[in-house]
Design a protein around this ligand. Structure first.
Ligand SMILES: CC(C)(COP(=O)(O)OP(=O)(O)OC[C@H]1O[C@@H](n2cnc3c(N)ncnc32)[C@H](O)[C@@H]1OP(=O)(O)O)[C@@H](O)C(=O)NCCC(=O)NCCS
Length: 206
C-alpha cells in the first residue's frame, strides 16, 4: 500500500514535514522497500534465513560486541538488554529475549544457549504494584554459569544462580537455584536429573 492509498483510507488528514509531497513520500517508500528486498535476498543467499528489518541492518556478532559481550557471542537485534549485563564468549542469544541487569547485574558465562524468547530478570515489581507504590521494586543479581542450555521461552527469576552445564527445559519458570550439571524443567522448574543423566533413555521411551 502506498502513502496515497493510506490517506484515502484515513479520515484524519496526513501532514508531512519538510514540504514533502505524497508522491515524493511514495517514491521514498518504494526505494526503501527495494533496499530492504535487496538486503533480504542477500541474507537468504548467505544464511538461508528470513529476518526482521532490524536484523537486515545489523549483524548479530556486532550487536553483542556493541554491548561489550565476549568474542564469538551473537545476539539478535530485537533482544532487550537492560543495564548491567555481562556475557562471556561464544554464547548464542536468540530472538525475542529479555536480559535484565537493572537490579544489580546479570552475568551469563561462555558457550551458553539462550534460546528464543528467554527472559532473565534481576528485578521484580510485585511488591511495588500490590502496595500501590508504597514498597520499592525488589532487586537481586542473577547468574548463569558456563555451558548452560536454556530452552525456548523459559523465564529465570531474579536472584537465581544456574550452575555450569545445567540444562533448563523449554517453557520453564526457574525460581530456585539450579546446581551445576542438573537438568531442570517445568513451571516451576524442578530438577529431573543430575550430571548428564538421560531422562528419556532411562525411561525406555516409545
Ligand atoms: C529439558 C530437555 C532438554 C529434556 O530432554 P530429555 O532429557 O531428552 O527429556 P525427555 O524429552 O526424554 O523428557 C522426559 C520427560 O519429561 C518431559 N519433559 C521434557 N521436557 C519438558 C519441558 N520442557 N517441560 C515439561 N515437560 C518436559 C517429557 O515430556 C517426558 O515426559 P514423559 O516421560 O511423561 O513422556 C528438553 O525436553 C527440552 O525442553 N528441550 C528444549 C529443546 C528445544 O526446544 N530446542 C529448540 C531450541 S535450541
Amino acid at each position: 500500500m502506498t502513502v496515497a492509498d493510506e490517506k484515502r483510507r484515513t479520515p484524519m488528514p496526513l501532514k508531512f514535514d519538510g514540504g514533502m509531497t505524497e508522491e515524493q513520500a511514495d517514491e521514498w517508500l518504494a526505494a526503501c522497500r527495494r533496499f530492504f528486498q535487496i538486503l533480504a535476498a542477500r541474507k537468504k543467499r548467505l544464511f538461508n534465513r528470513r529476518v526482521s528489518i532490524a536484523d537486515l541492518l545489523s549483524e548479530r556478532q556486532d550487536n553483542a560486541a556493541a554491548y561489550g559481550f565476549g568474542e564469538g557471542t551473537t545476539m539478535y537485534d530485537n533482544v532487550l538488554v537492560l543495564s548491567e549485563v555481562k556475557v562471556g564468549r561464544n554464547t548464542w542469544i536468540g530472538p525475542g529475549c529479555i536480559l535484565d541487569g537493572s537490579g544489580g547485574g546479570l552475568e551469563i558465562g561462555d558457550w551458553c544457549s539462550i534460546s528464543a524468547g528467554v527472559q532473565i530478570y534481576t528485578h521484580n515489581t510485585v511488591n511495588r504494584s500490590i502496595s500501590l507504590g508504597e514498597k520499592p521494586v525488589d532487586y537481586a543479581s542473577t547468574k548463569i554459569g558456563h555451558g548452560v542450555y536454556i530452552g525456548p521461552n523459559a523465564i529465570i527469576q531474579m536472584g537465581v544462580t544456574i550452575g555450569d552445564r545445567a540444562v533448563i527445559g523449554a517453557n520453564s519458570l526457574v525460581n530456585r537455584n539450579i546446581p551445576p550439571g542438573a537438568k531442570a524443567f517445568g513451571s516451576p522448574a524442578r530438577i529431573r536429573g543430575i550430571d548428564g543423566s538421560q531422562l528419556g533413555s532411562e525411561r525406555g521411551k516409545t
